[in-house]
Design a protein around this ligand. Structure first.
Ligand code: ATP
Ligand code: MG
Ligand code: MG
Ligand code: MG
Length: 486
């Protein structure tokens, strides 16, 4: 089944259950000072859950463009390394605002997966909140009993507060959740270790696909919980992961959401994507780079289509950093010294604009902006390489000082992991401690512009210019601490 059809069937299914189909909210948020990017389907309905205003319908469904590169949900470092976390992804969702609750949410989720999509029941696991003694929270027996009627008990897994209790923030609506996981390993693998032992264990083929949140409490300012007068349902299913299951492949990147982009990258850069390769191997780096680029082109294009151009502050800076990460992976592992990422926009637009027409409408802008960014960052990389050469020539001994590396990073925008990689290739070492000290000093200077995470929403200072994105390892043997502002 094509991804287009998978998306339509989801919406159609809930439409038939009397849900109103609404468009995705923008991925870039302009009017909420506490959140920069939409990171879950429920963001656009936050006010309804808080009791401010009423929705057009008390049953709603949609597919939401999400970006998880900052705050509580920062998956960036996984992206490219694993096969199921993206920066930008679609979250399919259905909501009940004070209408149906656990019974329907559970039954419908199961019906959709097993009867409409016809997923083999034998590969599904579900999880239920086990309770939490410290808060006097009971296990979610209601959900357990509902699941027990449709799934064998050995497929129900008890989950802790981290995975199975959702909170909007320090205050506000919260409640237990039930997640649905798939085990798409080979039967050989399954014989070695049961799937239930791998749920929530970061196994690339035992992954969470759907989260059903049951909002039944309100957390008060003093931390105590009270029952909500009206109970709500908030669900989110990863579209690309669902496509992986339904298309019978082992990675999101092998679905038709990504393969056209990957083929295009292979052609343009004359490289080969090897889905079996490991990120830890030298050969695997090429495939990591291809995944990174196929992923990041989506995040950047959708942001520009939403009106957020790369820039030096706030959300624009996050987007610039994502694009630079893609350019850097191309530069280092695909040997691309000329702009090429902009050339992928055509394929992306062709693939996605039926569901998201804004991409088509903004196509020229997206192409031009990306091309210019590529040109200018490739120049930076070029200059940085020349400067680094001089630094190496002037270094006595085999250790390059943290100050020098910091200067390259801070003044010229030359990525620190690239510095480390080049140094190690030439038999030099980077004084990582010294670099960290310099970075720390700079952090202290800009402490005013900090970001405090308080749950799904994060307090933001509008002139934050630094630190939403950690640096990643370009090479497994370069050990650079990942810096991320918390
Ligand atoms: P995971 O544990 O895999 O990181 P999560 O628990 O953080 O997922 P939720 O916040 O529950 O995810 O979001 C609902 C659904 O969205 C998940 O069940 C998953 O299918 C999907 N999802 C979450 N993060 C990503 C991502 N970075 N890329 C693609 N899909 C994602
Ligand atoms: Mg996550
Ligand atoms: Mg999870
Ligand atoms: Mg989850």
């Amino acid at each position: 089944m094509k991804s287009q059809e998978i998306r339509n069937q989801f919406l159609e299914f809930f439409k038939n259950k009397k849900h109103q189909v609404v468009p995705s909210a923008p991925m870039v948020i302009k009017d909420d000072p506490t959140l920069m990017f939409t990171n879950a389907g429920m963001n656009q309905f936050k006010e309804f859950f808080l009791g401010n205003g009423t929705p057009k319908s008390n049953r709603i469904t949609d597919t939401q463009k999400c970006l998880r590169v900052s705050g509580k949900h920062n998956d960036l470092e996984e992206v490219g390394m694993d096969t199921y976390h993206h920066t930008m992804f679609e979250m399919l969702g259905n909501w009940s605002f004070g209408d149906y609750f656990k019974k329907e949410a559970i039954q419908w989720a199961w019906e959709l997966l097993t009867e409409v999509y016809k997923i083999d029941k034998g590969i599904l696991y579900v999880s239920v909140f086990e309770g939490a003694k410290d808060e006097d929270l009971e296990m979610d027996k209601e959900a357990y009993d509902l699941w027990k009627e449709i799934v064998p008990e050995d497929r129900i897994i008890m989950g802790n507060k981290k995975d199975n209790f959702w909170e909007m923030g320090d205050q506000g609506p919260c409640g237990p959740c039930s997640e649905i996981h798939v085990d798409i390993r080979s039967s050989e693998e399954k014989a070695k270790i049961p799937g239930r032992d791998l749920v929530n264990a970061d196994h690339p083929q035992v992954v969470e696909i759907w989260n059903l949140v049951f909002m039944q409490y309100n957390r008060r300012a003093n931390g105590s919980l009270e029952k909500l007068p009206a109970q709500h349902v908030d669900t989110g299913m990863g579209f690309e992961r669902l496509c992986m299951v339904l298309q019978g492949v082992k990675s999101n990147y092998d679905t038709d959401v990504f393969t056209p982009l990957i083929r295009e990258i292979e052609t343009i850069t004359n490289s080969k994507y090897d889905k079996e390769s490991s990120p830890a191997d030298e050969d695997g780096k090429v495939s990591v780079a291809i995944r990174v680029i196929a992923d990041h082109i989506r995040a950047v294009s959708f942001s520009i289509a939403d009106g957020q151009l790369p820039s030096n502050t706030g959300a624009g800076y996050v987007i610039r950093r994502i694009l630079r990460r893609a350019i850097r992976y191309g530069f280092t592992f695909l040997n691309t010294k000329e702009p090429f990422i902009y050339k992928l926009v055509h394929t992306l637009v062709k693939q996605m604009s039926v569901a998201f027409p804004e991409l088509k409408a903004q196509k020229n802008l997206i192409v031009n902006v990306i091309k210019e960014e590529e040109q200018s960052f490739l120049r930076t990389l070029d200059q940085g390489l020349a400067l680094l050469d001089t630094v190496i020539k002037n270094t006595k001994g085999k250790v390059v000082s943290g100050e020098k590396a910091f200067e390259l990073y801070d003044t010229y925008g030359f990525p620190i992991d690239l510095t480390a990689l080049i140094l190690s290739e030439q038999g030099y070492k980077l004084d990582e401690k010294g670099f960290e000290t310099e970075l720390q000093k700079q952090k202290e200077r800009s402490r005013a512009a900090s970001q405090v995470s308080t749950g799904d929403w994060e307090e933001l200072n509008q002139d934050v210019t630094e630190g939403f994105i950690g640096y990643d390892h370009l090479s497994a043997d370069v050990k650079i601490t990942r810096y991320r502002k918390v």
